[in-house]
Ligand binder design. Structure first.
Ligand code: NIG
Ligand code: FE
Length: 413
């Protein structure tokens, strides 16, 4: 072993490595556990060794090792929140109250509120103010054990504000600990200015926004809200193809309220993920199951909008790759608590905790196209870890509403 500084975490009660790649079907139950485990990583935060403590001690020794003691607690990979709108401006608590009194989420958008309300606030805000909102959200995500998070634009709906949001995400990536991935979501709603000619807005997204986003290398992915009254499947396809030409991989909102065939189209385009899927059809499930596209389920949104839950068990049985995320946003799911999402997923999708954990670790990494770098504890990957103050994995969804995190490690720190 070289003389560079090495860190070793020992005395891990059970180390749930989630090694062996993304999981489908019954594989979701397998956390690839190691009892009395240990992990060693180098000063760049790359994992060198994973095994039982005896095995790891055998491989790393000497004066260049700094030993850390997990106190017999359980360890998992850092959690990955693969779908959020965590960077924005303004609260929509007033709309929450309207929804509590029975107003429908989509009716608020149709009346010029919802995403358009957030867009008004985000247009008014300075980049610094948006960064500040994002920083607070990310601080809370970290407290729940999130080590990688995807954040979308989509509250600008004009070129300048979309770029402002993505630049804010970049600043946050450089100035706080969570690893961020950015999604250009200019096609999140049709802005008021284009209400009567939405195709002109699609043209603006394709001809002006995407090239500028790509020029500044501000995003990794491209998203469209394909929904009745928002963007059609054809408009979505045009936008996603333009994104692909500029190196932005598709990650798409579809089949949330009305099934339009978005899942099938996105699978054909090779999307990294299709997200929501509350009303996915049998055809959609079949297309997804026979693909590498991940279905990213957002049970917090079903809860928050009082909607049905995605047919998760049917999708698991069909062989789909599935992830779970918070969808943290000001309107349809205002939470950073990915641990609570595990609770909702276990109860309302009927998942075992091990299945739910597979869906916020290795499968969520796949939803970001990062399954080679993060999502499991294996040599060569980033040392992103959570040490849990819990006797076993089930305790985390079971005792909900709080954080069970004892320590979080990101890139070895
Ligand atoms: O994923 N469905 C579209 N977009 C978000 C909601 C954004 C908002 O209401 O601000 C979602 O639920
Ligand atoms: Fe969303």
């Amino acid at each position: 072993m070289s003389s560079t500084k090495i860190h070793a975490l020992i005395n891990i009660g059970t180390l749930h490595t989630f090694a062996g790649g993304p999981r489908r079907g019954e594989q979701l139950l397998d956390t690839s556990p190691i009892v009395n485990g240990a992990i060693a990583w180098d000063s760049d935060g790359r994992i060198l060794e994973v095994g039982t403590e005896v095995e790891v001690r055998d491989k790393v020794s000497g004066g260049n090792v700094t030993w850390h003691n997990a106190g017999g607690l359980i360890v998992t990979p850092g959690l990955i929140d693969s779908h959020t709108h965590a960077v924005n401006a303004g609260s929509r608590a007033n709309e929450f109250v309207m929804r509590c009194m029975g107003t429908e989420y989509m009716d608020i958008l149709r009346a010029g509120g919802g995403i358009l309300n957030s867009a008004d606030r985000t247009r008014e805000a300075s980049q610094g103010q948006i960064v500040q909102v994002g920083r607070e959200n990310l601080r809370r995500s970290l407290s729940f054990g999130v080590t990688t998070l995807e954040a979308k634009s989509g509250y600008g709906l004009d070129t300048e504000t979309e770029l402002k949001m993505l630049r804010a995400i970049r600043t946050l990536d450089e100035t706080q600990s969570i690893r961020l991935k950015a999604t250009f979501c200019g096609a999140h709603a049709i802005p008021r200015e284009f209400k009567d000619n939405p195709d002109n807005y699609v043209d603006l997204v394709i001809n002006e926004m995407i090239p500028k986003v790509a020029d500044e290398k501000l995003a990794d992915y491209c998203d469209v809200f394909i929904e009745d009254g928002v963007f059609t499947v054809d408009q979505g396809k045009r936008i996603l193809e333009a994104g692909l030409k500029h190196g932005l991989k598709p990650k798409v909102h579809c089949d949330e309220i009305v099934p339009l065939g978005g899942t099938e189209m996105c699978v054909e385009l090779g999307a990294l993920s299709v997200d929501h899927l509350i009303v996915i059809t049998d055809k959609g499930i079949d297309a997804l199951a026979n693909s590498e596209t991940v279905g990213c389920l957002l049970p917090g949104t079903s809860y928050y909008l009082k909607k049905p839950y995605a047919p998760c068990r049917r999708m698991i049985d069909a062989g789909c790759l599935l992830a779970l995320a918070t969808d943290n946003n000001p309107g349809s799911s205002r939470t950073e608590n990915l641990q609570w999402i595990l609770n909702v997923a276990c109860l309302y999708y009927g998942l075992k905790p091990e299945e739910a954990f597979s869906m916020v670790t290795i499968n969520a990494a796949k939803a970001l196209g990062m399954e080679g770098e993060i999502g499991s504890i294996e040599p060569g990957k980033s040392a992103d870890l959570v040490i849990w103050d819990a006797p076993d994995l089930s305790e985390i969804p079971y005792h909900h509403g709080l954080s069970h995190v004892s320590e979080v490690v990101i890139s070895g720190s």
